[in-house]
Design a protein around this ligand. Structure first.
Ligand SMILES: Cc1cc2nc3c(=O)[nH]c(=O)nc-3n(C[C@H](O)[C@H](O)[C@H](O)COP(=O)(O)OP(=O)(O)OC[C@H]3O[C@@H](n4cnc5c(N)ncnc54)[C@H](O)[C@@H]3O)c2cc1C
Length: 505
């Protein structure tokens, strides 16, 4: 079996590593000159919000890459890591290769190249040596979520004469152009231009900070409302211990709870769940407010302004910022207001019709396949807090489907599950351009269901208490592929395919 992976970001590379271990030949096409995806073009100070223990491919450690990462890995470290992974895992990554079209052989009346069987994918694009065309059994789309900036239409935009910057545009060079140095009585003073940064996500907060720190650029931070910015430590404990332990994820409302205890808690004791999150919100707020202690009234007033009106759990109901007209007097506006839902311009029109256009991005079955779009899997559209574990488990699940080891339910059942997840998200999460492509805080429930489908144990790492109370880390999932293969051997060749669990996920 030969598989084409479109996209050489973390998801594409992680998926290729899993498929290769499963004996599936794969080729990654990447349109850029290096692997890295979003990190390649991210603003200079971009760094992971995950700690280094939570952001690496489960099969390839930082140590194996020969990199000593920062506590929060930097953009440079992430790119170096991915380069090492591609090299050491001997993955077939074709750089500077932009895939422009994919079609199923005989699917659309066009003549097929010789030796191409019906149902195979014919992938076309442009590479360093000109146009290319190759055929594959299966197509995996790993083209990411954060490429198309939100359309920058805001009130009176046509009257605005300053510069509009996108979220990756605030480079040191651009900042320099916003700094104006004046000489006054022999002293050089920085008298900056003005920059309005719009939005309250990670990019906006980073860029407002970078600009404010850059000596001389007067910075205004505009946002409609504050969301919960998670402090590194809550009451002295690193946030990963509070958010990424199983004991904590049990309290997170989800469209599907794999364990009976969690189902009972969320069905019968909602008041307890609400009380838990009210307490968590109070603790998080206390930690944020502490930042201003001893720094005077101005600092306290500013922090008080940031107090979100919702509870911490509801910050997942993200809001889009409203852009007031105050930006008009500013020399530049940095728009960090998110991205549009993903599109798939290289896929056949009939497939795109199923995949694009849904508000909140495409909702897939198990966040990896669509029953109306055969022969294609999606990786990276199941992004969550332990993102690279979702990539690996999703890729393993897809490999089992491709190899006929896992049988999916009929299309109408898959579609009903898709619709229930979509409806749950619409009711419980604020619409954001890619809500449907994410599992975010529901990563533990998601991983559990996919591992359940594969017959691999969900509770991982250490002893009984540590499996429940220790924070979950990427290394917990390091041997998932080996465990799955051992289980396959135990079942024996004649056992036939496993059937996925009848869960909504
Ligand atoms: C500033 C910033 C901070 C972040 N912090 C975190 C974090 O802390 N934790 C976390 O989990 N996630 C974080 N993310 C999210 C990050 O996007 C994911 O973790 C992950 O890197 C996404 O990888 P991906 O491979 O799915 O997509 P991408 O990185 O977007 O890769 C997609 C690739 O597909 C290629 N491509 C697209 N179309 C084609 C085509 N037609 N032909 C060939 N190639 C194509 C693109 O060039 C790109 O390389 C952050 C993102 C940003 C921007």
């Amino acid at each position: 079996m030969r598989v084409c992976i479109i996209g050489g970001g973390f998801a594409g590379v992680g998926t290729a590593s899993v498929l290769q271990r499963r004996g599936i030949e794969c080729v990654i096409y990447e349109r850029e000159a290096a692997a890295g995806g979003v990190w390649l073009h991210a603003y200079p100070s971009a760094a992971c919000q995950n700690t280094a223990t939570d952001y690496y491919l489960p099969c390839f450690t930082w140590e194996q890459a020969g990199i000593q990462p920062s506590f929060y890995p930097t953009k440079a470290q992430l790119l170096k890591y991915l380069e090492a992974a591609v090299k050491q895992l001997e993955l077939d990554v074709r750089l500077n290769c932009n895939v422009t079209s994919c079609r199923r052989a005989s699917g659309d009346g066009q003549p097929n190249p010789p030796q191409v069987r019906e149902g195979e994918w014919i992938v076309q694009g442009r590479g360093p040596a000109g146009e290319f065309e190759e055929s594959f059994d299966y197509l995996l789309v790993a083209t990411g979520l954060f490429w198309t900036p939100s359309p920058t239409v805001f009130p009176d935009q046509d009257k605005y004469t300053g510069r509009i910057l996108a979220d990756n545009d605030l480079t040191p060079e651009v900042l320099k152009t916003l700094q104006v140095l004046k000489s006054l009585q022999g002293k050089t003073l920085a008298v900056g231009k003005t920059l309005a940064v719009v939005g309250f996500g990670k990019s906006a907060l980073d860029q407002a900070t970078d600009a404010a720190d850059s000596n001389g650029v007067r910075t205004l931070h505009l946002f409609r409302r504050a969301e919960w910015a998670l402090p590194h430590r809550v009451c002295g404990v690193h946030y990963t211990w509070l958010l990424l332990s199983r004991a904590a994820t049990l309290w997170i409302p989800c469209w599907d709870h794999p364990s009976a205890a969690a189902c009972a808690l969320h069905a019968r004791a909602r008041w307890l769940v609400r009380a838990f999150w009210s307490l968590a919100s109070a603790l998080v707020w206390l930690s944020i407010a502490r930042v201003a202690w001893g720094r005077g009234r101005v600092a306290s007033a500013r922090i008080a302004l940031l107090r979100p009106f919702n509870r911490f759990i509801e910050c997942w109901r993200l809001s889009l910022p409203l852009i007031p007209e105050r930006y008009l007097g500013y020399n530049a506006v940095g728009l960090c207001i998110g991205h549009s839902p993903p599109t798939f311009p290289f896929l056949p029109e009939e497939d795109r019709a199923w995949l694009e256009g849904m508000q909140g991005g495409v909702q897939l079955y198990r966040h990896v396949v669509h029953p109306r779009v055969p022969g294609i899997g999606f990786v990276g559209l199941n992004t969550g807090y332990l993102n690279l574990s979702q990539v690996e488990i999703g890729a393993l699940w897809l490999s089992a489907v491709m190899l006929g080891e896992l049988a999916l339910p009929p299309a109408h059942i898959q579609e009903a599950a898709i619709e229930r997840v979509r409806a749950w998200k619409a009711a419980h999460e604020q619409p954001c351009p890619a809500t449907n492509c994410c599992v975010i805080a529901h990563f533990a429930q998601y991983n559990d269901v996919l591992l359940g489908d594969l017959g691999v144990r969900a509770l991982r790492g250490g002893t009984w208490p540590s499996r429940r109370f220790r924070r979950m880390v990427i290394s917990d999932y390091a041997d998932v592929v080996d465990e799955y293969e051992a289980q396959l051997r135990r079942r024996g060749a004649g056992a036939g395919p496993r059937h996925v669990l009848p869960r909504i996920m």
